[in-house]
Write a protein that binds this ligand. Sequence first.
Ligand code: NAD
Length: 373
Amino acid sequence: MRVAVPKEIKNNENRVALTPAGAKEFVKKGHSVFVQQAAGEGSGFSDETYQSAGAEILPSIESIYETGEMILKVKEPVGQEYQLIKEDQLLFTYFHFASNEPLTQAMVRSKAICMAYETVERPDKSLPLLVPMSEVAGRMAVQKGANYLEKPLGGRGILLGGVPGTLPAKVLILGGGIVGTQAAWMAAGLGADVIIMDVSLPRMRYLSDVMPKNVKTMMSNEYNIRNLIPSTDLIIGSVLIPGAKAPHLITRDMLQYMLPGTVLVDVAVDQGGCIETCQPTTHENPTYTIDGVLHYCVANMPGAVPYTSTLALTNATLPYALELADNGWENSCIRFPELKSGLNIIKGDVVYQAVAETFDLPYVPVSYYINHH
Ligand SMILES: NC(=O)c1ccc[n+]([C@@H]2O[C@H](COP(=O)([O-])OP(=O)(O)OC[C@H]3O[C@@H](n4cnc5c(N)ncnc54)[C@H](O)[C@@H]3O)[C@@H](O)[C@H]2O)c1
């Protein structure tokens, strides 16, 4: 199969959908790989490294879409790419259709096959192509929190781990899923006193088994949160209720009980945030202060570490991309049901119910195209 990788053109997107190591895997299996000039630059991969892995560099985005049978991307196509996409072309990337009607309409018109990273779902409901970005954001949340706790940046001036003879900082993590767990590892590693709150007892049992001694678990409820905030230095929001807006666990009135210079990192900002005063911010302008409490609410945290994020993402996507190239999307979806749930639009038909309902478009069940024999 001819696999083609465009350079991402969305503002500030430095990730790339395929590494030179990944390119080599495709070539070893007899596929042809085409990479747009400078596509890997933002992540630290030069054109030469792709060439020595056996890929061909193409000069323009037009030539990439013209050549590829499968287009591997990171972010959803943007306006100028819409008319380049061809009938029957397979697109494997993040789409997030439900929040983007023009994109949905354009992909319906294109008659391409759109397989979305974010809806690839295993039978146990896990989302293998979202997990890596949550891991990055969770680890980064502590790095950012520790940094902003420094006085010159607006924080309380406390070192996360303290030093002998001083108490370490107190970190409260709301939500012990992927983000919360990775944040807890990092904060604990730096020597902080960490509490993870969740509403799932099985999850907290698991966490209390695997976490080091400076991490405690506690049931998430308003009473417990109010008790803890006057003595907490760093709060990390990492709650997720699938398919719904995040609940506001930290409300506006709670800010007055916090220590001046407390830092709030709301990773759940992309789902509305679990801190009422959270407003999405950018890497250029990441923080603001309300009532002496510093807020960091960057909606695409992994974008700041494209080298790590590219490797983490492609570690997860590559096995599926290879499968698609080897066997074609129809057979791959029979062999791997999680790929079937990744299908959102096929040849002009919306095959993902939530997307069809959101935009009042006709829904065609994916089984119309994929049948188990
Ligand atoms: N800002 C970014 O750059 C970025 C990057 C990756 C992920 N995210 C977001 O981070 C959030 C967390 O993602 P995740 O992968 O860890 O999700 P996850 O599903 O693994 O974990 C969510 C956890 O929240 C818990 N929870 C639900 N209700 C709760 C409550 N009332 N109190 C406490 N805990 C509660 C759940 O039991 C679960 O353990 C999501 O909104 C995700 O979209 C943001």
